[in-house]
Design a binder for this molecule. Structure first.
Ligand code: 1HN
Length: 363
C-alpha cells in the first residue's frame, strides 16, 4: 500500500534522525554545488569608518593579558556574526597607542601584518625585532612568538590577516602566552640581513609558483623595495595591472604555507579584465582611489579601505588615480590540494548595484 510505505518512509527518517544519521540523497544538492557558493558576501569596510572607531578604542580599552590585542575584526555580514572576513580568512585593523605594547604569545594560525599608518612599532618574531612602516609586510609564521611594541609618540594602525578560520576548521588551534610580557630580543631586523636583497622574494605574477610547507625566512618586505620593483614591472609590461607576490626567497613559494600575499599596481583609467578564482581574497587599499565590481556590485574605494572578494565571484578593478592594492588569499592551500581554479571572463560584468557603506563615516 502506498500510504503504508509513506508512513514507513516517515518513520525511517525519524529513526535516522534519532540515530544521528543523515541521508545524503536529501542534501546532495546543497553539499555538492556545481561551483563554490561562499556564505561570505562581497563587502567593504571604509577606512573612514574603521579609523575613528579604532582611535576611540585606544582611549577606552587597554591592551592586556587575556585580551592580548586591540584588534577590530572584519565580520562579514554573510557569516552570521562570526568574526571572519571570509570563510577561510581573518582580516582586521589593529592599533597600538604611543608607548603601548601587546604581550608576547604564539599560536598555530599564521599571521601577516600590512602597515597602514604611523611609525615606531616593532614586532618581535622569535627574537627578531622588525621595524614597521607604512606599506611594509611583516610575517608571523605559525607558532612563532610575537609581540608588538610602540616605542614612538603616535598611534599606529595596521591590517592583520590570518588563516585562523582554516586552522579552526581543521581543529588545529593551539595558543600559548609567553611567560613574560615581552620575549627576549636577539637583534633588530635580523631576517633582512640574510634575505633583504635575495632574488626570489618578489615574484611577478604569482599563483603558479612552488609550494613549500615552510614559511619564508624573510619576515619583512619593505615598501621601498616593493614600490621600486612595481615601477620596473609596470614600465616593462605596460599592462593596466601588474602584480608582485611576496614570496619565500628560499623556495619561491608563498610567504606562508597557507597564505599568499601580493601587491597589485593599477594604472589610472584602465580597467582590468574580470577574473574569478576559487578561494577567498581580502584586499587592502594602500594608495589611490578607484572602484571594484564584485559579482555585479560596485565598491568605490580609497586608501585604508578593506574589501573581500569571496570564492569564485568575478572581480574587476578600475583605478581613478594610480593605485596599489595589497591582497591576502588562501590560494596556496587550494593549490596544495590540486583544486585551484582561475578563469578570465570575456566581457565586463553588468553592474547591478552600488555598495553603500554601513555605519557612520567621518569625512
Ligand atoms: C593575533 O595574535 C594578533 O598577534 C592579531 O597581533 C590578530 C587575530 C586572531 C587571533 C590572534 C597579533 C589576531 C591574533
Amino acid at each position: 500500500m502506498p500510504g503504508e510505505s509513506a508512513d514507513a518512509l516517515d518513520t525511517l527518517y525519524r529513526d535516522l534522525d534519532a540515530a544521528s544519521l543523515r541521508p545524503l540523497w536529501t542534501i546532495t544538492e546543497q553539499l555538492l554545488t556545481p561551483a563554490p557558493r561562499p556564505k561570505a558576501v562581497p563587502w567593504l569596510w571604509p577606512a573612514r569608518t574603521m579609523r575613528p572607531l579604532a582611535e576611540r578604542a585606544i582611549g577606552l580599552v587597554p591592551v592586556e593579558r587575556g585580551g592580548e590585542r586591540r584588534v577590530l575584526s572584519l565580520a562579514n555580514p554573510g557569516l552570521g556574526g562570526r568574526p571572519y572576513a571570509a570563510g577561510t580568512l581573518w582580516g582586521a585593523i589593529q592599533c597600538l597607542g604611543p608607548r603601548e605594547s601587546a604581550p608576547a604569545h604564539r599560536h598555530t594560525p599564521g599571521a601577516v601584518r600590512f602597515v597602514l599608518e604611523g611609525q615606531g612599532v616593532w614586532t618581535t618574531v622569535d627574537g627578531d625585532s622588525c621595524a614597521m612602516r607604512p606599506g611594509d609586510l611583516i610575517l608571523t609564521p605559525a607558532w612563532n612568538w610575537h609581540d608588538h611594541v610602540n616605542e614612538g609618540d603616535e598611534p599606529m594602525f595596521w591590517f592583520d590577516g590570518l588563516d585562523l578560520p582554516m586552522i579552526e576548521a581543521l581543529d588545529g588551534v593551539f595558543f600559548e602566552p609567553h611567560p613574560d610580557h615581552r620575549q627576549p630580543v636577539r637583534g633588530r631586523n635580523l631576517s633582512e640581513d640574510g634575505y633583504a636583497a635575495a632574488p626570489g622574494r618578489l615574484t611577478p605574477g604569482g599563483v603558479d609558483g612552488a609550494l613549500d610547507p615552510a614559511p619564508s625566512p624573510l619576515l619583512v618586505y619593505r615598501w621601498s623595495d616593493t614600490d621600486a620593483e612595481l615601477d620596473r614591472l609596470a614600465a616593462r609590461t605596460g599592462e593596466p595591472m601588474v602584480t608582485l607576490e611576496f614570496t619565500n626567497p628560499r623556495s619561491g613559494a608563498s610567504a606562508l604555507p597557507t597564505l599568499a600575499c601580493a601587491m597589485h599596481r593599477l594604472a589610472a583609467g584602465r580597467p582590468t579584465p574580470p577574473v574569478r578564482r576559487s578561494g577567498n581574497t581580502v584586499c587592502v587599499v594602500h594608495r589611490g582611489t578607484g572602484a571594484s565590481v564584485i559579482a555585479g556590485t560596485r565598491f568605490a574605494w580609497e586608501p585604508g579601505d578593506m574589501f573581500v572578494v569571496p570564492s569564485w565571484m568575478p572581480v574587476e578593478h578600475r583605478a581613478e588615480t594610480p593605485a596599489d592594492l595589497f591582497t591576502l588569499s588562501d590560494t596556496p592551500v587550494l593549490r596544495a590540494l590540486g583544486i585551484y581554479r582561475e578563469e578570465t571572463l570575456d566581457a565586463a560584468q553588468p553592474v547591478t548595484g552600488t555598495f553603500e557603506p554601513r555605519g557612520e563615516t567621518f569625512p
